[in-house]
Ligand binder design. Structure first.
Ligand SMILES: [Zn+2]
Ligand SMILES: [Zn+2]
Length: 125
């Protein structure tokens, strides 16, 4: 079992932060499917309910990570389309072009987090 954890950690090593979010999100969704499969063969009703609840938690985590790793194609404010390394984004991938955030002091208008250059977010850490 220890070996499985090491293999899992190795999967993440060479990835960017955003790629880690994306991979972890996919694993959460896969985990959700496993919980549902385990729930389907569980005879104890309370245990089945607990497993289904766990599946929902995994799916919620997976959705969050998917949101946080999916870059958007254009500025939310002016609608200008952006290349993947252009513009700025917050941790939730709220995305703005290079011009719009100047008036906002680089603070995300949706979540109040800081806006970082997308080129930096997509580079290897
Ligand atoms: Zn803009
Ligand atoms: Zn935001």
């Amino acid at each position: 079992m220890r070996e499985a954890e090491q293999k899992m950690a190795a999967l993440f090593e060479a990835l960017t932060r955003i790629e880690r979010f994306a991979l972890l999100g996919r694993l959460e969704h896969a985990g959700g499917r496993m919980y549902r499969a385990l729930a389907a063969e569980e005879n104890n009703p309370r245990a089945r309910k607990a497993l289904l609840k766990a599946a929902e938690d995994e799916e919620r985590n997976g959705e969050l990570l998917r949101l946080m790793s999916t870059s958007k194609p254009d500025c939310e404010k002016c609608g200008n389309s952006l290349a993947p390394a252009e513009g700025t984004a917050c941790s939730f991938q709220c995305t703005l072009c290079d011009d719009c955030p100047r008036a906002l002091q680089l603070v995300c208008p949706n979540c109040e987090g800081s806006l970082e250059p997308r080129a930096k977010l997509s580079t290897h850490l």
